[in-house]
Design a protein around this ligand. Structure first.
Ligand SMILES: Nc1ncnc2c1ncn2[C@@H]1O[C@H](COP(=O)(O)OP(=O)(O)O)[C@@H](O)[C@H]1O
Ligand SMILES: [Mg+2]
Length: 276
């Protein structure tokens, strides 16, 4: 079965799957691509179904569908401008989808404001990291603890995953290296104890050795039970962590499958990811 081309698999899986109200387009059908044996037998934690998102009149996301299961890391890959950031912004309600469904643990969150989505269990690490130059590390964490109504014990729990951050508590944002800022941004998102951590290109601009550190940190976060939706340009890093891969181009899903299945389709990697 794993040798079948993706399109064949998509048809087979879609035919077996119960009809979804929104799964009318070819793109929506492509979401059901993974063979049953690699899908956990659980309800998805996050289910994105045929979402359409616009900037003004510009129709950017044209029917994106994919699932994230509990404990899973899903990598969302694609070239610049493919629609990765817009997909994340649609999920957290910063650029709400005009059509389609986004379900998180059973609730349809597609029209929810961002603060409600975050409270409902999503941690969001944006592309720009959102670190304030004039706040110390401790202050960044205090603000997030206060906003998330979490106790100091949660901070201690999270800091165990980030030994470097614990050593920098009195440093200001501007004194931190790019890698430390990224770690702080991830630590802060984890303070609300999210069920799903969403990250937008955490490796961007970091030296290879720091990218490895971020990768290992995310592996620990995943091992501790948090599901991850990871947008990356660094395909190798993403594939090292991911259980499932979604490839976007021009606001549509072009491939859904495991990293091993992607390896067997060099034309997908070449066309949509620019790697041979
Ligand atoms: N604020 C915006 N206003 C108008 N168009 C935008 C805006 N942000 C992104 N776009 C367009 O939406 C498309 C998808 O962008 P984006 O989601 O940022 O892609 P990616 O994160 O994959 O690089 C691109 O064509 C981009 O030019
Ligand atoms: Mg982006």
């Amino acid at each position: 079965m794993s040798r079948q081309p993706a399109k064949g698999r998509a048809k087979t899986a879609a035919a077996k799957a119960p009809a979804r109200k929104t799964a009318t387009s070819k793109t929506a059908a492509a979401q059901e691509t993974a063979p049953a044996k690699v899908r956990p037998a659980t309800e998805p934690l996050l289910s994105v179904a045929d979402i359409h998102t616009y900037y003004g009149d510009s129709h950017v996301l044209q029917g994106i569908s994919f699932d994230v299961h509990p404990g899973e890391c899903v990598a969302l890959l694609g070239r610049n401008g493919a629609g990765k950031t817009t997909t994340l912004r649609s999920i957290v309600g910063l650029t709400p989808a005009r059509r389609g469904q986004i379900r998180l643990g059973g609730s349809d969150i597609v029209r929810w404001p961002t603060h409600r989505t975050i409270r409902h269990g999503i941690g969001y690490v944006p592309e720009d990291r959102g670190i304030f130059s004039s706040l110390t590390v401790a202050e960044h964490l205090d603000v997030a603890l206060w906003a998330g109504k979490q106790s100091a014990s949660r901070r201690d729990e999270v800091l165990k995953i980030f030994p470097r951050i614990s050593e920098r508590m009195e440093h200001y944002g501007q004194q931190l290296s790019g890698g430390e800022q990224q770690m702080l941004s991830i630590a802060r998102a984890l303070l609300t104890d999210p069920r799903l951590l969403i990250l937008d290109e955490p490796s961007e601009g970091l030296a290879p050795i720091i990218v490895e550190e971020v990768r290992d940190t995310l592996a620990r976060v995943k091992k501790a039970g948090t599901s991850i939706l990871l947008v990356e340009q660094n395909v190798a890093m993403a594939l090292a962590l991911a259980d499932s891969v979604v490839v976007l181009s021009q606001g549509r899903v072009q491939f859904t499958g495991t990293p091993a299945e992607l390896e067997k389709q060099p034309e997908i990697k070449e066309t949509y990811l620019g790697i041979a």
